[in-house]
Ligand binder design. Structure first.
Ligand code: FAD
Length: 392
C-alpha cells in the first residue's frame, strides 16, 4: 500500500500535540496526529484532580526550569494565558481561579480534551490512536512514520510525545529516542514535581504521615511558601513538589516550619509564658504530633523560663531552617513532569524547529522546559505547540 501523504505529522496527541495540530490545520495544512494510546489527552484528563489546572495567569519565564532560562520566552510571549482563556471561553467552559493564579475547570478536564479535539476536527486534522509508532525514518526531505501496519509521509514532523512521567498513563521516553536518532542532544531527564523520600535519621518523620503544615521549603536557590505534607515515605505537598524540581541527589531540603512566626518569637514566649514547655509553645502554632516530634528532636525539656535565651534562639533557628536529607524521590511513577529533555540548544526558540534537521520540531514536555506546579506546564504545552503549529 502506498504511503499516505500529509503536510505534517504530529507524534503524540497530548496537550502540545493537539494544540499544534489544531493551529497548523487551521492554516490549511493537512495534518496527521498520531498517538499510541487508545485515547487522546490522557494526562489532561487526570490533571488537576480531574479538573485540569489549564493555565496560570502569573505565567512568566522565571517560572520555568531549563538549561537555557531564556528559551521559553518567545513562545510564551506569543501565546499567553489570555489566549488560552479566550479559547476556553469561546467553548463556553466555566472555570475559576483556585489559588496563586491557577485556573481550573468548574466541571471536568474532559471539557478541555473535547475542546481541543473539536478545534483539531474543525481544522481538518486527521487524529489516529491505538497503534504503536514502530519506526520513523527520514530521506530526501520526507519523514516516514510507521503507525501500526501503515506508513505515513510528510515533509514536517513534530515530536510531541511528552516525557516519561507516569508510564502507566502511556508516557514513554520515545521523544528522547527520536531526538537522539536525529542527532539532537538530550539533557538528562529527572522526575520533577515529585514527592521526596526520607531515610536515615529522618525516618521518624514518616510517622507523621497525613500531617500538613504551611512552610517555606528551599532546595538550592529556589524557595516556595506553600503547604508541606508528611507521607509514609517522606515529604510531599505543593511546597515539596515545587522544590523537588530543583533538588539534586545528596543535597538537603531546608524547611522553615514556622514561616509566619516573627523573629524572636520563642524568647518572647518565654517572657510571656515562662511556665510553658517548648512542646506547648510549638503546639500552639503547629499540628500536635508535629509539635511533639520537633520538641523531642530539639531536646529542651522543662519550662521555657528555665532555658537560656541562647538555647531558645538556637531552637528557633533550627525550626526556621530544619534540614531534611531526602534519600531519593518517588520516581517517574509518581512525578507530574520531567525536568530535562530535548536540549533547547538544538532547537529554535521561535519555531521549535531542530537547528540541524530542517522541518523536525519538538514541543511540550519533551523539550527541556519544565514549569512550576500550578498550570505552568500546560501553558508551556499550549505555547510551544502553538509556535510550531504556526510554521509547519
Ligand atoms: C497526575 C498529573 C497531573 C498533572 N496536572 C497538571 C495540571 O493540573 N496543570 C499543568 O499545567 N500540568 C499538569 N501536569 C503536567 C502536564 O500533564 C504535562 O506537562 C503535559 O501534559 C505535557 O503535555 P505534552 O503534550 O508535552 O505531553 P502529554 O500530554 O504527556 O502527551 C504526550 C502524548 O504522547 C503519547 N505518546 C507517548 N509516547 C508515545 C509513543 N511512543 N508513540 C506514540 N505516542 C506516544 C502519549 O500517549 C500522550 O498522549 C500533570 C501531570 C500529571 C502526571
Amino acid at each position: 500500500m502506498p504511503a499516505a501523504e500529509f503536510d505534517a505529522i504530529v507524534l503524540g496527541a497530548g496537550a502540545a500535540g493537539l494544540m499544534c495540530a489544531a493551529v497548523a490545520g487551521a492554516r490549511g495544512r493537512r495534518v496527521l496526529l498520531l498517538d499510541h494510546a487508545d485515547e487522546v489527552g490522557k494526562k489532561i484528563l487526570i490533571s488537576g484532580g480531574g479538573r485540569c489546572n489549564f493555565t496560570n495567569v502569573n505565567t512568566a519565564p522565571d517560572r520555568f526550569i531549563s538549561a537555557n532560562p531564556h528559551f521559553a520566552k518567545s513562545a510564551l510571549a506569543r501565546y499567553t494565558p489570555a489566549d488560552f482563556i479566550a479559547l476556553v471561553e469561546r467553548h463556553g467552559i466555566a472555570y475559576h481561579e483556585k489559588t496563586l493564579g491557577q485556573l481550573f475547570c468548574d466541571g471536568s478536564a474532559k471539557q478541555i480534551v473535547a475542546m481541543l479535539l473539536e478545534e483539531a476536527a474543525k481544522a481538518g486534522a486527521d487524529v489516529r490512536t491505538g497503534q504503536p509508532v514502530s519506526e520513523v525514518t527520514h530521506a530526501d526531505g520526507t519523514f516516514i512514520v510507521r503507525f501500526g501496519d501503515q506508513d505515513f509521509t510528510a515533509p514536517a514532523l513534530v515530536i510531541a510525545t511528552g516525557g516519561p512521567s507516569i508510564p502507566k498513563m502511556g508516557a514513554t521516553g520515545f521523544a528522547y529516542d527520536l531526538a537522539r536518532q536525529f542527532g539532537l542532544k538530550v539533557v538528562e531527564p529527572r522526575p520533577a514535581l515529585v514527592p521526596l523520600t526520607l531515610g536515615g535519621g529522618d525516618v521518624l518523620f514518616r510517622e507523621l504521615s497525613g500531617i500538613a503544615a504551611p512552610v517555606e521549603a528551599r532546595a538550592g536557590k529556589a524557595s516556595f511558601r506553600e503547604a508541606a505534607l508528611f507521607t509514609h515515605r517522606g515529604l510531599s505537598g505543593p511546597a515539596i513538589l515545587q522544590v523537588s524540581s530543583y533538588w539534586r541527589h545528596g543535597e538537603p531540603v531546608t524547611i522553615d516550619l514556622l514561616p509566619d512566626a516573627p523573629q524572636g518569637w520563642l524568647i518572647e514566649a518565654k517572657r510571656s509564658r515562662p511556665r510553658a514547655t517548648l512542646r506547648g509553645a510549638l503546639g500552639a502554632l503547629l499540628p500536635d504530633r508535629l509539635a511533639e516530634t520537633l520538641a523531642e528532636r530539639l531536646a529542651l525539656p522543662g519550662e521555657l523560663g528555665a532555658l537560656t535565651d541562647r538555647k531558645l534562639a538556637d531552637a528557633e533557628a533550627r525550626l526556621a531552617g530544619w534540614i531534611f536529607r531526602p534519600n531519593g524521590t518517588e520516581g517517574f511513577a509518581k512525578a507530574e513532569v520531567t525536568v530535562g529533555g530535548i536540549s533547547t540548544a538544538s532547537l529554535s526558540s521561535q519555531t521549535m524547529m531542530a537547528k540541524t534537521v530542517p522541518n523536525l520540531y519538538a514541543v511540550g514536555e519533551a523539550v527541556d522546559v519544565t514549569g512550576w506546579l500550578g498550570g505552568y506546564n500546560f501553558q508551556w504545552a499550549w505555547a510551544s505547540g502553538h509556535a510550531a503549529g504556526q510554521v509547519i
